[in-house]
Design a protein around this ligand. Structure first.
Ligand code: PDD
Length: 291
């Protein structure tokens, strides 16, 4: 079952509960997070809640719940949904007030949804996906996970309309990230990814993949690279909480040479899967022993 939560109450996900004066609706004045649930366990929850707090802090907003309360709300949502595999979205906004650009004297709003995971066709993991490069027209603070995603959705839709899966956003010929993913390149067994500057989101999956690559003794270079370097890569893959690691087979219709998925990505995917299984097994054991 799909679950909704707004300002302290669990609600029917399809009920029209957002007030007309909600600032998330009027201005996109808020931040959000996405957590993937495996076997009823929210994966890397602490990292996601830390980033939520950081994003909120950057827009001068305070998350209305402590980390312990957030964990309880999310876990209760998962329990009520009875879903083993799920996606949890949470949003924090500047609250409900008459429309005015100035910060209102209002309590922040907190909403959450717990829904089944979106199915990414298994074929995509075997054969890869097409991506299209596009100019990054977003603001300069994309390290904040803001609710304002208009440039991202326009870019993603443009990629989809060309028969692709993801848009790769490019700034002065440098690859920044995908519209909802981070990007990795493999060249001569070295792992390259864009550094966590203010212009990209510091992906939680990105960091996990970097940690795993280092554990597997790959050299990791966090630096900028050009579209030409991307197109000349041995392997390219995109990462996010939702897609995990997803191979790319072509960029602007130029095919990646070599097998898909490539050997380095395959090793990293396997390590990622092992981590998910270990972490979620341990957490579910420790929460059972706490009951
Ligand atoms: N998107 N970059 C952008 C712009 C993103 O929106 C996302 C995540 C990522 C990857 O971050 P992470 O590994 O922490 O999920 C990078 C989520 C999945 C979304 O908006 O649905």
């Amino acid at each position: 079952m799909e679950i909704g939560f707004i300002n302290g109450e669990f609600v029917d996900i399809s009920s029209p509960v957002i007030p007309i004066q909600e600032r998330g609706h009027q201005f996109g004045d808020g931040v959000y997070e996405v957590v993937r649930v495996y076997r009823r366990v929210p994966f890397l929850l602490a990292e996601h809640m830390d980033r939520l707090e950081r994003s909120a802090h950057e827009i001068k907003l305070t998350v209305p719940y402590s980390k312990t309360e957030l964990k309880q709300i999310i876990e209760e949502g998962i329990q009520r949904s009875d879903l083993k595999e799920a996606e949890v979205y949470v949003q924090v906004t500047r609250g409900i007030a008459a429309r005015n650009h100035l910060f209102p004297d209002a309590l922040p709003s907190f909403t959450m949804t717990v829904r089944p995971i979106r199915d990414v066709p298994t074929n995509y993991y075997k054969k890869g996906v097409a991506v299209y490069t596009m100019e990054d027209i977003r603001w300069k603070y994309c390290f904040i996970k803001s609710l304002n995603l208009l440039p991202n959705i326009l870019a993603k839709q443009t990629a989809i309309d060309q028969g692709g899966y993801e848009a790769i956003l490019v700034n002065n010929d440098l690859v920044m990230e995908g519209s909802s993913t981070n990007v990795f390149v493999i060249k001569d067994d070295i792992v390259y990814t864009t550094p966590t500057v203010k212009g990209i989101l510091a992906g939680i999956t990105r960091q996990k993949v970097i940690d795993l690559a280092k554990q597997l003794n790959y050299e990791v270079i966090e630096d900028f690279y050009s579209v030409a370097f991307l197109k000349a890569a041995d392997e390219v893959f995109i990462t996010s909480t939702v897609v995990e690691l997803l191979p790319v087979h072509s960029i602007d219709n130029d095919r990646i040479q070599g097998v898909i998925p490539g050997p380095v990505m395959s090793a990293l995917s396997e390590a990622y899967r092992t981590t998910v299984i270990q972490v979620c097994k341990n957490e579910s054991v420790s929460s059972q022993s706490n009951e």
